[in-house]
Design a protein around this ligand. Structure first.
Ligand SMILES: Nc1ncnc2c1ncn2[C@@H]1O[C@H](COP(=O)(O)OP(=O)(O)OP(=O)(O)O)[C@@H](O)[C@H]1O
Ligand SMILES: [Mg+2]
Length: 269
């Protein structure tokens, strides 16, 4: 059976896309699924989080090269038995320049005129290894540029982050409109998995107010799990992910409950 591809996105920075996508991938792999994390953000945070290495260690051997060759195979980095990574670093920011300055002219020269071709490069690339995995998890960058559009078009399911904070609330609406555009013009099989409320600080009235407003407006689309602020989660990004202590397991608990909902929604598990 071929992989279900799930992206984690929002054009707003720091709403826990990377943390949630990589911890979810870690949990799925621990459950025995074969998982590939594809880092689509030139910050390389997911790459750093999973390997504890500098993203610059992967220069020249990233998802950018995989997309240029439409072949991820040589660039896959093994993390654990079931968990693999396609890394990213700064130069992924040249992705859109490559698309328009090199890839588009190449398509024109060879007479390929599909207007969506530029948005389907990532999908084509990942399709080459789809049979090897149960899940492909995409960590998207904090903008609505070509990496995010390619990420949406490559997704079977999109998870949209909603931080309980005013700026993130407005971004959520625009993200959903962009997703509708991708669904109608590029890939009709892309679906919304749901909206995940993150980084709730339940001590603030505003946080609770926005969470309630999102729940009211988007109803069943919102996952019941809420990702709360926990200091242990931040420590994972320095020390690596661990499930040894009680604090580790408490921090992972909320992600496990999210993964349970997610696998149900995408009909796996
Ligand atoms: N559950 C949590 N509790 C506490 N801190 C968290 C939690 N999840 C994420 N963080 C912290 O919040 C910050 C932003 O998280 P993260 O990098 O995952 O967000 P992002 O949306 O991927 O950011 P960017 O838009 O820059 O890619 C990080 O410092 C991270 O450690
Ligand atoms: Mg990130």
């Amino acid at each position: 059976m071929s992989a279900v591809t799930i992206s984690f996105g929002l054009q707003k920075g720091g709403v826990s896309k990377t943390t949630t996508s990589t911890l979810s991938a870690f949990i799925l792999a621990r459950q025995g699924y074969r998982v590939l994390v594809c880092d689509m953000d030139s910050q390389g945070n997911a790459s750093q989080f999973l390997t504890n290495k500098s993203p610059y260690d992967f220069q020249g051997r990233t998802i950018l090269e995989a997309c240029k060759e439409r072949n991820p195979e040589p660039y896959i980095v093994g993390i654990t038995e079931n968990l693999d990574l396609l890394p990213a670093e700064d130069l992924l920011s040249t992705f859109s320049r490559w698309l328009f300055d090199e890839y588009k002219p190449e398509l024109q020269r060879t007479g390929q005129v599909d207007p969506n071709a530029l948005l389907l490069v990532l999908k084509q690339t990942l399709d080459a290894v789809r049979e090897k995995y149960d899940f492909i998890i995409l960590d998207l960058p904090p903008n609505l540029g070509e990496q995010t559009l390619n990420g949406m078009a490559a997704s079977d399911y999109c998870v949209v982050m909603a931080q309980s904070e005013p700026f993130a609330y407005d971004a959520l609406q625009r993200y959903l409109e962009t997703l509708e555009h991708v669904q109608s013009r590029v890939n009709p099989n892309t679906k919304l998995a749901g909206i995940l409320t993150t980084l709730l600080d339940a001590r603030t009235a505003l946080g609770n107010f926005i969470r309630d407003r999102i729940a009211e407006e988007y109803e069943d689309l919102v996952f019941s799990t809420v990702i709360r602020r926990k200091s242990r989660v931040v420590e994972f990004s320095f020390e690596g992910i661990s499930d040894k202590t009680k604090a580790d397991r408490e921090a992972l608990d909320m992600y496990e409950s999210f993964v349970k909902e997610l696998t149900k929604r995408v009909n796996k598990g």
